[in-house]
Design a protein around this ligand. Structure first.
Ligand code: HEC
Length: 143
């Protein structure tokens, strides 16, 4: 019994290390930066601060702790209203056509830029995240 436990502990640790090694967060952030510069900077700005009451900030923003919600917002867009630390936003954001890797890259850039230290999202987590239901979230809808 004890031996089985040891072996499964070993396998678990091994699997975790193998997975972390397969994913290079710094490389993902670097790719994500160029996706952000091309697709997001016009509204959310180079410093991530957005424009008060028009484009929400992506720094010092408690909403970003929900990573699955971010996956939905980038893939399906967002229809407001939302609030960021009490400040209301009534706009909408159209969706982006990105691969799972590109979606994870741009999210990893945001999660690890400016004042953010919010972790990471792997490419293989994108599709499962899209299957979950997000509370207080309305996707963009074409008028
Ligand atoms: C044309 C302007 C525009 C562009 C380009 C844009 N966004 Fe947005 N984004 C918005 C607006 C407006 C909202 C808020 C909608 C609302 O008022 O409810 C928003 C909301 C968000 C949110 C949710 C913030 C929160 O507090 O819930 C995230 C995350 C986000 N955008 C990320 C991105 C990323 C990443 C990109 C690039 C792939 C991007 N946006 C491109 C306008 C834009």
């Amino acid at each position: 019994m004890r031996k089985t436990l040891n072996i499964s502990c070993f396998l678990f640790v091994f699997a975790t290390i193998a997975n972390a090694q397969g994913f290079d967060l710094n490389a993902s952030i670097k790719r994500g930066k160029s996706i952000y510069t091309k697709n997001c900077v016009a509204c959310h700005m180079l410093d991530g601060k957005g424009l008060t009451r028009v484009f929400p900030p992506l720094t010092k923003n408690p909403n970003l702790s929900d990573k699955k919600r971010m996956v939905h917002i980038i893939t399906y867009g967002l229809k407001g209203p939302i609030k960021v630390s009490g400040v209301p936003y009534q706009g909408e954001m159209t969706p982006f056509k990105l691969t799972d890797q590109q979606t994870s890259d741009v999210i990893n850039f945001v999660l690890n830029s400016w004042d953010n230290k919010l972790g990471q999202v792997l490419p293989e987590e994108i599709q499962p995240a899209l299957k979950t239901k997000i509370k207080n979230y309305t996707p963009y809808k074409k008028p």
